[in-house]
Design a binder for this molecule. Structure first.
Ligand code: S3P
Length: 277
């Protein structure tokens, strides 16, 4: 037999074995996630992941492959994490809150920890209009922006297992809240006006605060919007803590979403994960 053909056959055999083992690993991950959910334990344990990677690198006999072994196991851990989140949180996670409340930062971190996809409503609007939000306000006015925002949220909320970052004014329109709630959980990131001011005082990309960048004006606008943020939220998290504290608080609260929430999403009960699915 030609050498190349023989080697390729061996590779195919190897892949078959890898996939069998991989499936076994995912079955174990599934069992672990049921235990974790019952105990409300974190999906991502960075120390545990580091331990697994170190062990894998040590186990590889040919030192020439240690870099590849590390990348390989890292990918496996990522896939496992994504699988766990898809099973535990089979819905979209939308972040709402005032400008500067950390929606993008927290959304990015959650996407990394849960290995979920991530979309920022304002980025999509900017892409489709071919200009920054501030320019859209300047040329077409706020109402035009709000209409596009409404349409974008309607489309984005149809996604599955996605972290959706909304603009600070999105939930003022109850229709946007309705869309986001149909397919997911809404998390309000709460920050005080002083912290918000501190975070965005030098940022000129927010037309709503153009020429009005003061704690006083932020407090007034925040006060007007607060009831909308509050009533739209399924979960409220203080976003003045560290990223790790905020993401852990969110994940812990996601674990305790009740059956009413799952019924709203037409998922029945949160205990729908079993060894058979
Ligand atoms: C707005 C907030 C912005 C952006 C637009 C309007 C608002 O998003 O959607 O400038 O009305 O609060 P961020 O909250 O991401 O800054």
């Amino acid at each position: 037999m030609d050498k190349l053909i023989r080697l390729r056959q061996e590779i195919d055999e190897c892949d078959k074995k890898l996939l069998t083992i991989f499936q076994k690993r995912l079955n174990l991950v599934k069992e672990i996630l049921i235990v974790k959910r019952e105990r409300g334990q974190a999906i991502l344990k960075p120390e545990r992941e580091r331990e697994i990677i170190e062990r894998a690198v040590k186990a590889i006999k040919d030192a020439d492959y240690s870099e590849e072994a590390e990348k390989f196991i890292e990918q496996i851990l990522k896939i496992s994490r994504g699988y766990q989140s898809r099973k535990l949180f089979p819905y979209n996670i939308s972040l709402i809150g005032f400008m500067g409340s950390g929606k993008t930062r927290v959304g990015n971190e959650l996407a990394k920890v849960l290995e979920m996809s991530f979309v920022d409503c304002d980025d999509i609007i900017e892409e489709s209009c071919g200009m920054p939000v501030s320019k859209i306000f300047e040329i077409h006015g706020e109402q035009y922006f709000r209409n596009i925002e409404n349409n974008t949220i309607r489309i984005l909320s149809k996604r599955q297992n996605t972290i959706i970052i909304t603009g600070g004014g999105a939930v003022i329109n109850p229709e946007n809240v309705e869309h986001l709630k149909k397919n997911g959980v809404i998390i309000f990131l709460k920050s005080s006006p002083d912290i918000v001011y501190d975070r965005i005082k030098n940022d000129c990309s927010r037309p709503v605060l153009d020429g009005k960048m003061t704690v006083k004006y932020i407090s007034e606008l925040y006060g007007k919007r607060f009831p909308a943020y509050h009533s739209a939220a399924d979960i409220i998290v203080n976003s003045e803590d560290t990223l790790e504290v905020i993401t852990n608080a969110i994940i812990n609260q996601l674990y305790s979403m009740d059956d009413d929430f799952f019924e709203r999403l037409s998922l029945g009960s949160k205990y729908h994960i079993s060894n058979s699915n």
